[in-house]
Ligand binder design. Sequence first.
Ligand code: ZN
Length: 532
Amino acid sequence: MTNRMIFLAFLFVLMMPLRFSLAQSNDLDSLKAEAVSSIDSLAKLNQEIIDSLFSFAELGFQEFETQRYLTEILEQNDFEVELGIAGIPSAWWASWGSGEPVIALGSDVDGIPRASQMPGVAFRQPMIEGAPGHGEGHNSGQAVNIVAAMAVKEIMESKGLPGTIVIWPGIAEELLGTKAWYARDGLFEGVDAVLFTHVSNNLSVSWGRARGTGLVSVEYLFDGVAAHGAGDPWKGRSALDAVELMNIAWNYRREHLHPLQRSHYVISNGGDQPNVVPSSASVWYFIREVSADGIRNNFSTLHQIAEGASLMTDTSMSRRIVGAAYPRHFNRPIALAMDENIKKIGLPSWSENDQQFAKALQTLMGAEEPEGLATELAGITPDLEQPISGGSDDIGDISWNVPTVTLRYPSNVRGLQGHHWSSAMAMATPIAHKGAIAGAKVMASTMLDLISNDTLVEEAQNYFDDVQTAEEQYRPFISPDDPPAINKNQDIMAKFKPMLEELYYDPDRFETYLDQLGIDYPQLTPTEIRRN
Ligand SMILES: [Zn+2]
């Protein structure tokens, strides 16, 4: 071999990895393009899932119609489904494929109490007075995941790519009721990445510490002695007194808590009638803080106060954990890869009707200059340097067990009120449908990044091991034997389900749920709606 030949051979070897990765990235781009067009062809399924879940309007732990409907779709698509995981009857775990990477897609499915609202109309009109509704938009996330999974599965099958896709639901997210239990029961052992998705009004992702809080949700139950309220009240010991004293003490203590904490309660049982001294009463607290230690400290303060209330009233006290959520921390390498996909996919193209409807909702909610739907990407949110208080999501617990990100997709309108009927108004309209399709495209592209690229899986794990958990380790708020609060919302759903059933979406008879309801989208003024 001449020197020149050696040099050329050397050059060739040097170039090889470059050529190889270039070919790979071309392949990857074409796989992503394939997924995107396959998702466009799944738009009808996407719309049916969103509209069906909207019409089921089920509250946390009672999502049985949702479970039946979605697992049937998954089984039809060759997913193996296990029902009732982690001792939660309405939960499931659906998996397809084999080998690594194992990618688990999650999204919440439960509704909000009293948020029943006709979709596609810009005025307050409950579908059923007092009934639950999707006033958070949790009817749309499973559509994002299922449609993305179907597109990627098709590609994996045709190209013979190894990997496992899991689809799981956030049951009772509004109660922060299940994800810590999933983690406790080891469901995510062996999972390489969790791609979670949550409804929003833009298409975005974040990494590092997320804004918002974690929490413990705990119910204190007091037991006293019943007596005639007028005949011999001195013989009674009021459990309701204990509840009231506990609340007073907490509200005094609030002044001396760090301002970023959030805490709130409802009296879940205040006794039966005034002339019977309440022998049983309970109060249900959410204790939120921006750090896990802050939550633990405030929870122990609350517990001490409950003990004090029990002492003062001569009643006995017990407690049960209803929910738990760790402050969230999201994975940097996966978020960066996802953000690249977000930039490629972009926001949906909204119609005039969509914009007109969004502005009408914003005006209804008090906006002087309604801005309509987002037309510019919000961009990636990096690790927060200073904590920002706010809501919680029990995806936090999963994010401390496996590399996790949350994709936010634009199925709702900005400027509305959270946990409120206004946030249900767009959730069975073209806005919800288009937003979820955009989300599914980003989800599928990111799944393909993980499947076709070992390094991303490795980098994600390295970030989790060497950065995220280097200084802070997960110490769950629930004990090994706290049961999930699966009886919550049973009574409410027993009351409303028969009425809701009459309004379930029937995709065999109607193109969309708006068609079934006889709504001329966007319906801006209160006129009589005649159901089809
Ligand atoms: Zn939510």
